[in-house]
Design a protein around this ligand. Structure first.
Ligand code: DX5
Ligand code: ZN
Length: 217
């Protein structure tokens, strides 16, 4: 796949006191999706936003939502967020017991289903479920916070996932999340990502449009 990198800015690094303006500003760029990080204080040591806030975001956003659930009890959270009709709804593989059933549930609502892997989680766990997925999201930092450093072994994992994806389900997108900026985007692209999440790099920039553009290689 040699298309332009898809870019999903993570609202986690936006100014929450001016969330409406931030959503409008980021939607005015060439970004492809809005990445929404849902944290429950159990699966990860942080809390973010729930469906009431995400519903308001969805109302004014002109880009489709890419929702990343970092939660225990993912079935419960899928039921909360699916009615908001995101483009992608992704759950952590480490957490879900009946993953096949949950993926079917997400897809039955016309939403693209994704599975997320923590940095250490082996790709072996994807072997049988990958043919059913629309997206695999690799964490390149330990989830819970924005502004962390990219874990270097994630590049090898990306290359391995690309091989697996090409064999088992070429339609499935590969997304990567954590520590991404203009500095490492070329390596990330070469290693096989189709889509990147970037929070602190984009929202820390003076010019959001330029920052997004620098990732669209
Ligand atoms: C981390 C979140 C990320 C985060 C990325 O748990 O999943 O989406 O916002 O932030 P940066 O790009 O700053 O690493
Ligand atoms: Zn995320």
């Amino acid at each position: 796949m040699k298309s332009t990198m898809l870019v999903a800015p993570s609202l986690l690094s936006a100014d929450f006191l001016n969330l409406g303006q931030e959503v409008e500003a980021i939607c005015a760029t060439q970004c492809d999706y809005l990445h929404i990080d849902v944290m429950d204080g159990h699966f990860v040591p942080n809390l973010t936003i729930g469906p009431l806030v995400v519903e308001k975001i969805a109302k004014i956003a002109t880009k489709p939502l890419d929702i990343h659930l970092m939660t225990r009890n993912s079935e419960f959270f899928v039921n909360l967020f699916a009615p908001l009709k995101p483009a992608f709804l992704s759950v952590h593989i480490e957490e879900v017991c009946h993953l096949d059933r949950l993926i079917e549930e997400i897809k039955s609502q016309g939403i693209k289903a994704g599975v997320v892997l923590n940095p250490h989680t082996s790709l072996d766990s994807l072997r049988y479920i990958l043919p059913k997925l629309d997206l695999v999201l690799l964490m390149s930092v330990n989830p819970g916070f924005g502004g962390q450093k990219f874990i270097p072994y994630s590049l090898q994992k990306l290359r391995d996932l690309r091989d697996l994806r090409d064999n088992l389900n070429p339609q499935c997108l590969i997304e990567i999340d954590g520590g991404i900026s203009a500095e490492n985007i070329a390596l990330i692209k070469e290693s096989g990502a189709d889509m990147v999440v970037a929070g602190s790099y984009i929202f820390g920039a003076k010019d959001y449009a330029k920052a997004v553009e620098s990732l669209k290689i």
